[in-house]
Design a protein around this ligand. Structure first.
Ligand SMILES: [Zn+2]
Length: 426
């Protein structure tokens, strides 16, 4: 019941605070969002447990349960819940309420310091690993909400839900609420899953109750799939990033410029699409820092979708584009700013097959511009190449040798516009 109940308020479970730090919102907004899942999880758990234990009690006869007494504990819990819901930052007031309630009841909390220390060490070390190793983030990126919840549940049983939350939320997950359900409800599968279960076992043994670890897991094997499925069904479709197909609703039509058009007519189609986009703007509050620490330099070719081809979302990377994906002085200037001010620590230089900038000499491009009715452009360097791969390697080396960018990790790649595949050159 504690695991199910911990879904409602941000501070009810440390996992809630760990998974949603990138999504700061008032506690009431969190509670409203989780309310249906909380009701469903508590109802199913309550009914399931009372049915399960009634069957057991039937064999030994009941009637000797101690009466339920609501004292300082219940009052303090209620006061803490109200503080969390009404104050923007309730941490210290809630701590004061907890300390006061404990002092008034003269309780001496019997915590197993070794278990807590082990848990803390595990959480910190796994968190450090997760910041360097992006395996869990990639796994969650490619998972739907049901798989995400399953991963959360399984991870919480394997390493406890606090370290699991640290690892799985090192990078923002596409389905954070599904992840929370897995991390909060999954611990009902095994006593090791959450701190509350460990404390419950300790408390039960202190008062001489026969708390069975196997019964806990046997019940959990039925209860967890039931509650996870029912609560996942209550979650609204994830907004923005994950659920929306960015191209949906956009008209794909060609565009012909007519010299008689007014400025408004010239941009009418894109301005209309922009309105539709702004009506249901999917990216409010996106930070300016590149979430994946990545800069991508590629060609202006319209067949290249830099984000989609690398499995990225808006906000993940800085995108630099020019004809031929060449490392120019302006690219170097931009990379210096991006690396020191915008969170970029790695850069990909991505040329592509069938590039106009690799299809002829400088003279031929100048001639082509001229034949197309353009002016004499021979004072411009178009930076064409006859050997794309050698040029990519040389350009990558230019970044690596640039005195302000020696700390940047750089790679050179060639994108195949026919297959969508990327080959690693250097
Ligand atoms: Zn190109």
């Amino acid at each position: 019941m504690a695991n199910a109940g911990s879904l409602l308020l941000p501070g009810s479970n440390l996992t809630n605070l760990l998974v949603l730090p990138s999504d700061p919102q008032p506690a009431t907004a969190f509670a409203l969002r989780m309310l249906p899942a909380w009701i469903v999880a508590c109802a199913i758990t309550g009914v399931f447990l009372s049915l399960g234990f009634r069957l057991q009690d039937g064999q030994r006869g009941d009637g000797d349960l101690p009466p339920l007494r609501l004292g300082f504990g219940a009052a303090a819990t209620l006061a803490a819940a109200i503080l969390v819901l009404t104050l923007p930052n309730a941490a210290l007031p809630v701590l004061a309420v907890g300390l006061a309630a404990t002092a008034l009841r003269r309780l001496r909390p019997a915590l197993d310091a070794r278990a807590l220390a082990l848990l803390f060490t595990l959480a910190v070390s796994l968190g450090a690993i997760a910041r360097l190793w992006h395996g869990p983030a990639h796994l969650l990126d490619s998972s739907g909400s049901w798989t995400t919840a399953g991963i959360g549940a399984l991870a919480s049983v394997l390493v406890n839900n606090l370290p699991a939350a640290v690892v799985l939320s090192a990078q923002p997950a596409p389905h954070p609420y599904a992840l929370l359900l897995g991390l909060d409800l999954g611990p009902n599968l095994a006593i090791t899953g959450s701190l509350s279960a460990l404390l419950w076992l300790q408390a039960a043994r202190t008062v001489g109750a026969h708390a069975s670890i196997t019964t806990y897991t046997r019940l959990g094997l039925v209860l967890v799939p039931l509650t996870l499925a029912a609560t996942l069904a209550t979650l609204p479709a994830a907004p923005g990033r994950a659920a929306t197909n960015r191209w949906e609703g956009l008209q794909r039509s060609s565009w012909t410029y007519d010299a008689s058009m007014s400025s408004e007519q010239t941009f009418a189609d894109v301005l209309a699409a922009k309105e539709t986009y702004a009506d249901d703007f999917p990216l409010p509050g996106l930070p300016a820092h590149a979430a994946k620490g990545l800069a991508v330099l590629t060609c202006i070719d319209s067949r290249i979708e830099p984000l989609a081809m690398l499995g990225l979302e808006p906000g993940d990377a800085k995108i630099l584009r020019n004809a031929g994906a060449r490392v120019t002085d302006d690219v170097l200037r931009t990379l210096v700013l991006a690396s020191y001010l915008l969170g970029v620590d790695r850069a990909m230089v991505i040329a592509h097959t069938d590039c106009r900038m690799a299809a002829g000499s400088e003279d031929e491009v100048h001639a082509a511009v001229s034949e197309a009715g353009g002016p004499d452009t021979r004072s411009l360097a178009f930076l064409v190449t006859s050997d794309q791969k050698a040029t990519v390697r040389a350009d990558v080396q230019r970044i690596r040798s640039w005195p302000y960018l020696t700390h940047l990790h750089v790679g050179g790649f060639l994108y195949d516009t026919d297959t969508g595949r990327l080959s690693h050159l250097c």
